[in-house]
Design a protein around this ligand. Structure first.
Ligand code: ARG
Length: 255
């Protein structure tokens, strides 16, 4: 009798393992979206003081996209310049990092339809009145984040005195310590840093050329059209606007 019970029990256990025993997991396996970003880019992606969680406009947007795709979003913080190579290698499914859509990047990876209109701006110390426009940068030391469009622009305008840092915190620190005279950085991010942490800095002049942010996926992968569809649906349903308003207020959404 004892043997019989034991046998039955083992049989049940085996059945349980094979069928998944009523677990939540669907038959087609785990569906996790591995999302890469770089967290010194508020209010798009950043760690709130004392919090481990990564928040921001991009993060809310990609979580909403994940819901649409019925996929769980896992966010990974990496160096900005490592993001595209990681998508290429397949270590990440996508990148959302305030990343500007450029022809050069589009040769290597797919980029979604634009989800935010942005532009680069020039930041200086308040007391420095000699730097007002892009032409004034010639031969000046300019701080930028490594691998960004700001770095590219700075090299065009300032030449070889550009100093590239891994994080935007270091970029602002360099300005504060007078290691550089200026910063070139995406305007909404520059504005955020100035308002929250660096009241002694100021944006001067107009934004440089317009830039649009896109979500990065593997070249010719099956994910790109799905992302575009999800983005379009979020814009249509008003969910995009809600997320936008949470981070940027009631100004017209820059889709
Ligand atoms: N928009 C700029 C670029 O594409 C800067 C993006 C930096 N993003 C970040 N998460 N640090 O190069």
């Amino acid at each position: 009798m004892k043997k019989y019970v034991l046998f039955l029990f083992s049989l049940l256990t085996l059945l349980c393992i094979v069928t998944g025993c009523g677990g939540e997991k669907k038959a087609d396996g785990p569906k996790v979206l591995k999302v890469g970003t770089e967290v010194t880019f508020p209010p798009f992606e950043f760690r709130e003081k004392g919090s481990k969680e990564i928040s921001g406009f991009d993060m809310d947007l990609i979580r909403a996209v994940g819901k649409k795709l019925d996929m769980q979003v896992e966010i990974l913080d990496m160096d900005f310049e490592a993001l595209i190579p990681a998508v290429k290698r397949g270590n990440l499914n996508l990148v959302i990092a305030g990343m500007t859509i450029t022809p050069d990047r589009q040769k290597i990876v797919d980029m979604s339809e634009p989800y935010y209109e942005s532009g680069l701006s020039l930041v200086v110390r308040k007391e420095n009145t000699s730097l007002q426009k892009p032409e004034d940068l010639k031969g000046r030391a300019v701080a930028v984040q490594l691998g960004t469009t700001g770095e590219e622009k700075a090299k065009q305008l300032a030449g070889d005195k550009v100093r590239s840092f891994k994080t935007n915190e270091e970029v602002f620190q360099a300005l504060k310590e007078k290691a550089v005279d200026a910063i070139i950085l995406d305007k909404p991010v520059a504005q955020y840093y100035i308002n929250k942490h660096h009241p002694d800095a100021v944006i001067v002049g107009d934004t440089f050329a317009k830039e649009s942010y896109g979500i990065v996926t593997r070249r010719h992968g099956e994910l790109t059209p799905k992302i575009n569809k999800a983005l379009a649906e979020l814009k249509q349903s008003g969910e995009y606007d809600k997320i936008y308003e949470k981070w940027f207020g009631k100004e017209p959404a820059k889709k």
